[in-house]
Design a binder for this molecule. Structure first.
Ligand code: MG
Length: 103
């Protein structure tokens, strides 16, 4: 999945070469976070009216998760922090493993 995220982000950068300064990325991240919250509200039947939005759809939820992931990865890539991201994730996994929460 990570390779797909990186490939999609590379394609987006090729397509929109001026759209990747950190403020633009953060704006997208916040926007996508809001859209994800809207989907969660829909699934939880709170906040957003069902009559307006229709029934919750996993595909719509997944689209917003995708938006958040892409933008968050864009920030890590912008600051050349992908190795640190990998290390941070691996450290967390190892800690959970050491504490008996993962095999
Ligand atoms: Mg979105």
């Amino acid at each position: 999945m990570i390779e797909t995220i990186l490939a999609v982000n590379q394609g987006l950068k090729n397509r929109f070469p001026t759209g990747f300064d950190p403020f633009m990325i953060m704006t997208r991240l916040m926007e996508e976070g809001g859209e994800l919250a809207q989907q969660v509200n829909l699934f939880e039947d709170r906040g957003t009216k069902r009559e307006k939005m229709g029934e919750p759809k996993k595909s719509a939820l997944a689209d917003e998760v995708k938006g958040v992931l892409l933008a968050a990865f864009q920030i890590a890539e912008y600051y050349d922090a992908m190795p640190e991201l990998e290390q941070s994730l691996e450290s967390m996994r190892q800690r959970l493993k050491d504490d008996g929460f993962l095999e």
